[in-house]
Structures are given as C-alpha cells and as structure tokens.
Design a protein around this ligand. Structure first.
Ligand code: ASP
Ligand code: MG
Length: 465
C-alpha cells in the first residue's frame, strides 16, 4: 500500500516516544508499503509561539532568550539520545543550530518592533515543524532506513496568502508534490515532510490553520494517489461519546467522511475543518490510529462505508462553553436582508456563529456562539442594531450544544421523537433545535448543567440500547 502517515506532536516529546514512532514506520515499511511521513511540532511549541506572538509586548528580551534556549534544548536532547551515528548527529545539530539562529533573529526583530504581522507570525510558527521534522528523518536514517527531509515549501505545497489559515492551490500543489515525491518513493526513500506549512506565490511561508498537519497529510495523499492516510495520535479513534461523560462509550470502527466532519467539529479528536477536503471524491480513506496501542485498528473514515451498522445514530457529541443570544423586535419582521445585516456585522467583528434559528413569524433570531465571543457579539449588536432593527437582546451564557450524529438518521422517522423523548424523561428543558436538511446531525441546546445526564440518556437510547 501507499501510505501517508502523520505523527502528532504528543508522540515526539521524548526519546522513548520518538523510538516508538520510528519502530512503527519501520514495521510498516518492512511490509513492503510505500510511506510518506508528516510531522507536527513538538508538543506545546506551537501554542507557546502563538502566545508570544499574541502578547509580544509582555515578553522582554530575557524571557525570549529563555524560551529559545529551552526550545533548543528540547530538540538537541532528543538528537543526543536518538541519533547514534556521530557524523549524522553533527550534521543535524548544525542544521538545528542554523534554524535556531534564524528563529532568534526573527523573534528579536519583531520584539523590537513590538508588533507581529500575520505574515511574520506564520514565519515564526513554521519553526515548530521545521525543527522537529529533520530529527525524525535523521532518526530513520540512523535506524537503517533511507529517508529525506522536506519542508512544506520544498515539497511543493503552494497556498494563497491568507496567513494563518492559508488554502492550498490544489492543482499546482498536486503537480508539484507529485513530481517531488514520486522519484523519492521510486528510489525507496521515505520522504519526511513538515506538517502545517506551505508557501505562497511570493515564496513567503504560510501556515494552513491549527491542527494543520492532518491537512498536510491529506493534501500530500491526494497529490500522490495514496491508498490511505493514517493520523497517528494518542487516542484509539473517534468514539460514540466523550468517554469522560459516558463511561461505556466505545470506539467507532468506521464512519463516512461526512460523519467524520460532524464529529471532528464536536468530538474528542480535534481535526482541522478542511482536513478531509483534499480526499473527498477520491478513493483515499483516512484512519485515526493510536501510536500507544498499535494493535487497535482505529477508526476508518471512508467515502463508502461498507460496514452497514444498523445503528441509526453513531455518536452523541457535545460542545460546552457556549452562549445563546436571542435578538427580537418588530423591525425584523418581513424585512428582507435583516439576518444578513446581523450576521455580516458579527462576522466583521470575528464572531463565529455556531448555530442559528429563526421563528417563522420572523420576530426573533437565536444564535449560539462560543462563550469567549459573547462580549464582542453583544457590543456589536448593541452598537449597530439595538433600538433600530432590534428591540431586545437576551443572553443565556451557560448552555451546551448536544448533537446526535449519524448517516443512518436520513429518512428514518421518529429519530427526533426518540431524541427529545429521552431528554424529556430526564426532565431536561430543550432551549433551541436545529437540523440540517442532510439529516446527518440533529443538534439542540440545553443548560450546561444538564449536559452529562442528557448525553448519557441519548447514548443509552441510541447506542447501548
Ligand atoms: N503544530 C500545529 C498545531 O499545533 C499543527 C499540528 O500540530 O497539526 O496546530
Ligand atoms: Mg500540534
């Protein structure tokens, strides 16, 4: 098989874990598979760089030097323990030292300016993956395999210039990546590529959004027509519910791509929202796998689910820390374009709306947003619309969204009745409901304090039966 394997940062932060990763690659390589490896930044590095960028004024020179020193030590410690060949080791240490010099220059530069542009932020973020990836490649060489290190630019991932959330220009990217990777695979070399990073038409480094290494893996898989993408992390797979809430939640054997999209928005495995886009309409499937439990087959995400589960509902998921805003007033009735105006104003102020519903009388619109966005949302609504389009703004800031997800719900009568029946039996009040016409996801809002009880009741109703 031709496999693209991505390894998350939590699997790399000490030599035991890194050795485990090398052994996994080695064992699948020895089974005659062609393998391309995608690597994330070491655990916590991306968060730390983001923190520095977002609060650059808070960091003085000493604290930046300390951060740089710790970062360098984290990487060189790994190298000392894992790369045994002295010549290879000194070459790699030199590469890391060059990268660290570059990192220091950029970091000190922006700290003098006291300002981080989106472009320089992406440049800084790229060091996470650019530092971790060559270590894995070198460790593979050290373990007797042939491997070669490439960053996102070298491998050919071309994106637009939307720094921080850049989109790949897929046609050019496919062409370039194909031409870069194919010869390496032919000569039995394992390409080891930085996740998360691309470059724009002007040669600037871009990043493709948080959790972007999964996305890099699918972009590369689509470019070389891989058979499967394996996303290695530290969970067994997608689950029927959050195991912290439901004790007997189980791992899902197989889900469709559209179910996986719903689940990644809600569920325990955060996945980049566009990570499945490159493989849609292809034969490539994605498998979520646990590097600490390699006997477990994980969850297969596929275009054509073969496993015909008789379960109508696959998973019960929750988003907590959300708030509900209800705007009402006669000004909303029969006035085309009002919803657009409201959503537009909120979007311009970076408020992401997670759920929307409007009564047919058009006298009120209800929205759910993340709790952290609530102040921004209310200020925007007050400044722009209160007393004009809107008479009242009501807020409940302790709500949770529960979503019942499953392709099998489509066209089946009685799912809503069973859902709300189960919740009503627990005496829990439902505040708001939405269901898309795809019938893949029935979502509703309740008070957060009822969340555990509702999820368990639904798990019992649909999954444990
Ligand atoms: N290092 C990046 C992040 O933490 C990309 C990734 O890990 O997938 O978001
Ligand atoms: Mg990461």
């Amino acid at each position: 098989m031709r496999l693209v394997m991505k390894f998350g940062g939590s699997l790399l932060d000490n030599e035991i874990k890194l050795n485990n990763v090398i052994n996994i690659i080695k064992s699948y390589y020895s089974l005659n598979n062609e393998i391309v490896v995608i690597i994330s930044a070491l655990n916590g590095i991306t968060d730390k760089i983001l923190d520095i960028c977002d609060h650059i004024k808070k960091f003085n020179k000493e604290s930046l030097y300390l951060f740089l020193k710790n970062t360098e030590i984290a990487h060189t410690n790994l190298i000392e323990k894992i790369v045994l060949d002295e010549k290879e080791k000194s070459k790699l240490l030199q590469l890391i030292s060059n990268l660290m010099n570059e990192f220091r220059d950029v970091l000190l530069g922006i700290s003098i300016l006291g300002e981080v542009t989106p472009k320089s932020k992406d440049y800084l973020l790229s060091f996470g993956e650019r530092l971790s990836t060559p270590i894995v490649s070198c460790a593979l060489n050290s373990a007797g395999l042939k491997s070669s290190y490439l960053n996102g630019k070298e491998v050919g991932i071309l994106t637009n210039s939307h720094f921080g959330d850049a989109k790949p220009l897929m046609d050019t990217t496919k062409f370039r990546v194909h031409h870069k990777i194919e010869p390496l695979l032919k000569e039995k070399t394992i390409p080891v590529v930085t996740g998360f990073i691309g470059c724009d038409q002007n040669g600037n480094i871009t990043t493709i959004g948080r959790g972007g290494s999964d996305y890099s893996a699918t972009i590369i898989a689509a470019s070389i027509n891989a058979d499967e993408v394996w996303l290695w992390g530290d969970i067994d797979g997608l689950m029927t519910a959050d195991p912290k809430i439901v004790k007997d939640a189980i791992v899902l054997e197989e889900v469709s791509v559209s179910e996986a999209l719903e689940l990644s928005m809600f569920g325990s495995k955060y996945m980049h929202p566009r990570a499945l886009e490159p493989i849609m309409d292809s034969k490539i499937s994605v498998r979520i796998r646990n590097a600490n439990n390699i006997d477990h087959p994980g969850t297969l995400i596929t275009q054509r689910p073969s496993f015909t589960s008789n379960k109508i509902v696959k998973s019960i998921t929750v988003i907590r820390n959300t708030a509900l805003i209800d705007v009402s007033g006669g000004g909303l009735i029969g006035t085309p374009g009002t919803a657009a105006k409201i959503f537009d104003a909120l979007a311009k102020n970076q408020v992401n709306i997670m759920m929307i519903s409007q009564t047919p009388s058009e006298s009120s619109i209800t929205m759910v947003v993340k709790k952290q966005d609530i102040d921004k949302a209310i200020i925007t609504l007050e400044l722009n619309f209160l007393g004009k389009l809107i008479k009242r703004i009501d807020v409940s800031d302790n709500v949770a969204i529960i979503a019942v997800v499953g392709m099998g719900m489509r066209g089946i009568k009685g799912v809503a009745a069973r859902t709300f029946g189960a919740v009503a039996k627990k005496n829990i009040n439902v505040i708001m409901i939405t269901q898309g016409s795809s019938e893949l996801n029935l979502a509703f809002v309740i008070e957060d304090k009822n969340c555990e009880e509702a999820v368990n009741a639904l798990h019992q109703e649909f999954i444990k039966m």
